[in-house]
Design a protein around this ligand. Sequence first.
Ligand code: ADP
Ligand code: NA
Length: 341
Amino acid sequence: THREVVFSGIQPTGVPHLGNYLGALKQWVDIQNSAAEDTTLIYCVVDLHAITQPQDPDDLRSRRRNTMAMLLAVGLKPERCVIFEQSRVAAHSELMWVLSTLAPTNLLARQAQWKTKLAESEERSPLDPTGSGKLKLGLFSYPVLQAADILLYKTTLVPVGEDQVQHLELARDLAGKFNRKFGKVLVLPKVKLAPAKRVMSLNNPTSKMSKSGAINSQINLDHSEDEIRKRIRTALTDSTEGISYDPENRPGVSNLIEIMGHMTNMTDFQAIARDCEKLKMKEFKDRVADSVVEGLKGIADEYKRIKEDGDYLDKVSMEGAEKANRMANETLREVMKALGM
Ligand code: ADP
Ligand code: NA
């Protein structure tokens, strides 16, 4: 058996939502709690990615810190995991440059995520007076930075949601190209998809729940019980009688069934639907809300507490960055040497 290195990241672009939780954070914690002792766990607040979208510096400052607080609030232990902010480790940007010399632009042009993000920033153009709707090099090439994030730690396993699978392919591709040309320095990582591949927006259930989505479309991990119940009550469903699981024709109801399933670790959605078959929509939604409230119990309070403990957050952040720098600089040195520098 070989030693596993797990790496994943989250953008400090807002309070993490239920999609982030079920698609990423819950799995990070599950991995932490079941990993072999010699497995390295690295979880990163990817602030350099956050600036590829129109942003406000004061917001970024607080979101970065709050995202760290949320990683701790959901149960990640700084004694066990390397938890840090990406911009504190310069090697991420340096390896990105190296990889960008190997990244074909036509491959980057085929990535779906930057197109979605560009469309979002067009919709929100008042936030981007310096030229909304124009594709910036940073947004276009951010999958290369993501490849650097992962490859820097010789990561073997990357737990992410489905939206990131295409980027992982690119990371593997770039690692392969580097190794064939300059010698076997980098490790090709595997994807680990969460059971919840894609949690959908509450008021537009054909698009994914996202931090940049409309208000009311998400449940955030700092929401009160009342807020959670209210948002699920107003989630867009349909007027068909009874409850059934049919993602194609009943995306809203099916999304709620999936959410309830993932919150209770029951992934037989048809069975859940049969269980709820006779319920009125309101009763069904109350049951979904019960499962979310129960599943997220304690997180909002813990988040509030940690957020206010600035000294502790500083300490976690500094120690995490120190460990990350040590590992990252080692790989970077091997890479530069292989390149002839
Ligand atoms: P967002 O897309 O909300 O800005 P990030 O880009 O920071 O979130 O993604 C952090 C992690 O959360 C990634 O692993 C991503 O795959 C996962 N994720 C984001 N949105 C969802 C969703 N709606 N369903 C499942 N996983 C998601
Ligand atoms: Na994302």
